[in-house]
Each structure stands twice: as C-alpha cells, then as structure tokens.
Design a protein around this ligand. Sequence first.
Ligand code: ADP
Ligand code: MG
Length: 691
Amino acid sequence: MKSFDIEDTITKLNQVSTKRAEVFIDHQISSLNDLLYYFPRKHLDRSNITKIKDVQPGNKYNIVGKVETCGEKKTRFKKIFQVIIADGTGILTLTWFNSSRFIKSLVKKKDQIAVHGKVEWYNGFSMSHPEFDVLDQNVNSLNTGAIIPIYPLTNEFKKVGIEQRLIRKCMKEIIEKVSSFDEILDDKVISSYNLLNIKDALSQLHFPENLDLLSNAYYRLKFDEHLILQIFLALIKLNIKNSRSKPFKDIGPYFSIIRDSLKFELTNAQKRVIAEIHGDMKKKYSMNRLLQGDVGSGKTIVAILSASLAVGNNSQVAIMAPTEILASQHFKSFKDELTQARITCCLLVGKMKKKDRLDVLSNIENGNISVVIGTHALIQEDVVFKELGLVIIDEQHRFGVEQRNKLTSKGSNPHLLSMTATPIPRTLSITYMGDMDLSIIDELPKNRIPVTTKIIEKSRLPKVYSFMKKQIDLGLQCMIVYPLVEESEKSDLAAAVEMYEKLKTSTFSKHQIGLVHGKMTPEEKKEVMQKFQKNKVKIIVSTTVIEVGIDVPNATVMLIEHAERFGLTQLHQLRGRVGRGKEKSYCILVNRGSNDLSLSRLEIMEKTNDGFKIADEDLILRGPGDYVGYQQSGFVKYKIANMISDGAIIRKARVLAAELIKKDPLLDNHHKLKERVLNDYKNNLNLVNLN
Ligand code: ADP
Ligand code: MG
C-alpha cells in the first residue's frame, strides 16, 4: 500500500486528472509534499457550532446550515443580497448590503455553509455580513471529523471540481500511501523540544483528532518556519562575521578631539553604545549593529564619533540617508565636528553639477576625502572608495537589504552601523534583527523638557493659530504637517497647498511662511528648509517630507492635520521634530476622524512620550506593516507562523538555530534542513555562504 514517494507528482492521486493538476500547478503545487503544505485557512470546530434554536440575539455564533434561497432584493434605498439557511432547528437570514455581486458568485441554493457573526433579530434571526465558508454538500459524510479544516479555494479550483471534500480525499490518500515524510529535524530535537514528528503534525493539521493535537500540529509547523528563518539569519550573520581582515585596534587621534570639544556631556546611554560599537570594530570580523534610539536621543553624534574611530584607523566612512534634506543636514553636523579634527568630508547627492561630482568622485577614489555623506547617489557604480571601512545607514528601515549590500560591497567587508528612530517592538526585533546586534539609546539628553501633546477638533484651530503667533513673537518657530501625498491622492497635496495659501493671505499674512511637499524638487525643498533652519521662515507647512531627522531646536509647535490618518509611530516621529531645544514644546493633533477608535488611538499620544510603548500599541492596532526592509523585499516566508504572537516559539527556534549553525555552519550534516533553507530562501542566497 505504501507506494508513494513524497516527491511524486500529484497526478498519482486518484482524484487528480491532468486538468486538475494544471490548476494545482498554477498554485505552485506540483508534488505530493507541496499539496501537504497547502494548509487549511482555518478549522471549524463542530463542538462550537450552535443550533439556530439555541441562539440569543446580540451574541456571536458559528452556525452551519443549508442554503434554502438566495438572491437579490430591492429595499427602499438600495439592492441587497440575502441568503436564507436552515439547520433543521430554525432558519437564519444572512444579509449583505453592498458586496452583492461578489457574494452572488460564491453561494448557491442547497450549498451547505458555515457562517460566523453576530445574530440579531429583525423579523426573525439574522446576521449581516457574516464570515462564511461553503462546505461539502453533506458535512456529515465519513470524510469529516469533529474539527473541519477549511481550505482556501479560488474559483479556478472550483471550476475543475476541486472542492473541500476533494482536497480532503487527496490529503487522506497522501497520508496513507506515502512511505516516508520529509522530516527536517533530528529525533533528539523533536523530543527535547517536545514536538510532534512531521507526519503526525501534518496528519493532525489536515485531520485533527482534537483541539489539543491540532494546536500541537500548529506549534510544530510554526516552529519549522521560524527555525528556517532563524537559521537563515544566523547564516547571514556568520557570513558577515567570517570575513573581515583588518580590525580597528586603535582609538586614533581624532576621537578625543571631537569628544572633548562637544558643547554637551554625552549621556550614559550614548557612552555605552559607543563602547559597544568600538568593541565590535576591534574584532576581526565585521560589525553588523543596529543602533536604535528614539527621536532626539542623539544618534548623530554617536555616528560622528564612530566615523572618527574608523578614520583614525586609516579607513574611509560612508553615511547614507534616505532623503537629500537629511543628507545635507547630516553633512552640516558632521562637518562642524569633523573639521575641528581636520577630517575631510563631502556631500554626494543626486543633483550635483557634473564637474563638482567628478571632483568629489576622484577625491573619494584617491582617498583625499575620508567621510562621504549622501543619499542613494552613494550606491551608484561610479562611486569608488580607496579604503571603505565603515558604512553608516541612517533610517535603515527605509532601505532594502539589497541597497545596503550595494554600499557595503564597495569596501572589503566594512563594518556596518545601521540607525533607526523607529522603536522596533521586541518581538519584531528578534525576528528580523536575527542577523544584527542591537544597541539601544534609552535615555534622552538631560536638558530636554517633555513635549506636551493635545488632541483638538478643528473648531479649536483659531485658538491654536493665535497661540502659534505668540510663540513666534517670542522668536520661536512652528510646523504644520499634512498627511503624505500619494500619487492617487492628489487632493491631499491640494489641501496642503490650499491651506498654505489661505494661512499666508489671512491668519499669518504678517509672518514668513514656507511650504514643503513631495512634489517639489530637492533644491526647492532645500531652499525652504534652510530658511527655516536660519529662522528666516517662521512657519513651515509641509507634507510628511519633514518626518525624518530634521533638527531645528528653535521649533516649538508641531501642528498635525488629519492626525487620525497617521500611524502612531509616525506621529511620534513627527512629534520628535519639536522639543529639541531649551524651550517648552507642543504637539497639537487635529482629529478630523469621525469614529471613536481613531480618537482612542490618538489618546495614546497624549498619554505617553515613550516610543517603545507607542510602537507596541501601533503593532497591535495596525499590524507589523513596514517595519523593516526585509519584509519589503519579500524576505520573510511565513505561511502560518506569526511574528507577533509567536514570540515564545521564535526565541526557542533562535536558540536552536544558533546551536546548529555553530556546530554545522554549512549544514552538511543536516541535509533535509539545508534543502529546505536553500529552497525557501533561493532568492536571497547571495547573502549567505552555503556551498
Ligand atoms: P536623533 O537621535 O533623533 O538623530 P540627533 O542626533 O539629531 O537626534 O540629536 C538631537 C539634538 O540633541 C541635536 O541638536 C544634538 O546636538 C543634541 N544632543 C545630542 N546628544 C546630546 C547630549 N548628550 N546632550 C545634549 N544635547 C545632545
Ligand atoms: Mg537623526
């Protein structure tokens, strides 16, 4: 009976004709193993199904019933779609108000469907917009146990007769007939981590005997996914660490010159992270460190001092920032400090005069310039360094892995310091930062006065404007921010421009007011920003281009329009643009949202100034979004694992990954594991050394 190999093609299965196989292959399923890894979207627990006669309006239920009628209905106002189901104890009306066209194609008469939602009473029991799944014609068939897996099925599947029941039949046949499963873990690991073996895990996932076993199955399969990722990250780390030839042994002459000339005392946190960075640089493999510090925590001076260490060891330094404004600002800060120590530095951005650019390029190549600060322009091919020893990437989450690799490849395994003001929640940082060491500046400079945050309705704006005028009379400055201008949302730009024109001609007609937005050229932006930095412009109206890094200590009011449209982390970043000087600062959030949720979300901003707390809330409310470049570049391959809720599994997988790689860095004694890593990360193999 056990006649199948796990790698056999799916056409071996009784139910899979060539026509069905084609559809499977379109969904990246060609071998039996592929099909086994086609996981249910969810499981329906039959002990959790309520009979219609037992429901109480106002509560949520799972109900299974047969479709008696379905169709469109006209009400006084619009067309709705209604489905009536019966389960032998009563009937339930399901109503969709808008999405009728979509639903219509999914449900037909006599279908057996499972629905989930809140039951209400409108001339009978009803549910609006329930979650629903079409089940087999007869759920009581032999084929289903107490817990029913529900597979994701598109219309292409259904057209060739691939229904829930058919998938289950296929799974059954595979599990019965395959002689050996693709086990990637050793027996020892399986028992010491208390895992199901892979056969049991897959069988229980597709045919759960009970909820406990199902949850064990999930645990095992998630564990595998996290383990593969953690192994891959450990391999990246190893690859970087293996490679360096020239440690920075000395402090060199420049470090203390700069440190001693600072107008302030470094905070303890700054001192600690500088020691961590220097500790890395002394070693014979490259540093790969992420410096995380809330806005205003003083990362720039840490970068400057790190650069001085590299230059003190006869190396060049490249600093890359995501925008031209930010690069120019860094250039100014770096230049102020570096020139005291007679370290040469220059700025390299996209728009430069040809002659200037060639000049700069040749000075970088012959080593006359030690420190280069720039934008993406740095990763162009014609930028050649003589001896690049340290790469610093500011706002690293704005760059992808590829971009940072392009820059580091301009040296022979230079040290890498990435910086971010986005406080990455702990769970995420261990998932994504597996390949980096982490330094955190968890202390703001002492003289800082906390920013006061206030949410207002638009009717209070005139009061805020007169408050701003008073601040300006005191010699201080203000910023007004609008949500990001997307190509598809031209109206936002219009709104910002319109507001600017209006304020300029009415409320602030006697004040210098400037406008910055994403559609301006870098020069235009720079001109306005420079005027603002010199206090020639008193109020700046902007779209979110000022989000990152701008340092104008004299600005004390940050007014954010449509605050409800921003993520909390982003609001926190914006708020960090003020409160940088000696004066008390204010952040005013104009809430134009209409629901309670947006208000209670914004209230978190009033309550705390702690970036970590805000990041955690944001993660819960909005999901991981775009925290790290890895995800943008499709780096993480999760099917069922979850980086937010699987913290405990991730920690275990990480420990195991480190042990494995330490003993077997090429995974030569773990063939199955190696195969899986090579397969899952086939597009990123340039980052590791796995020959
Ligand atoms: P961020 O971490 O957001 O990049 P910056 O490096 O721009 O912050 O620093 C914000 C401001 O704080 C700058 O004006 C900087 O000169 C100042 N600063 C940095 N470190 C200290 C310190 N230890 N004491 C006082 N001011 C500091
Ligand atoms: Mg900064």
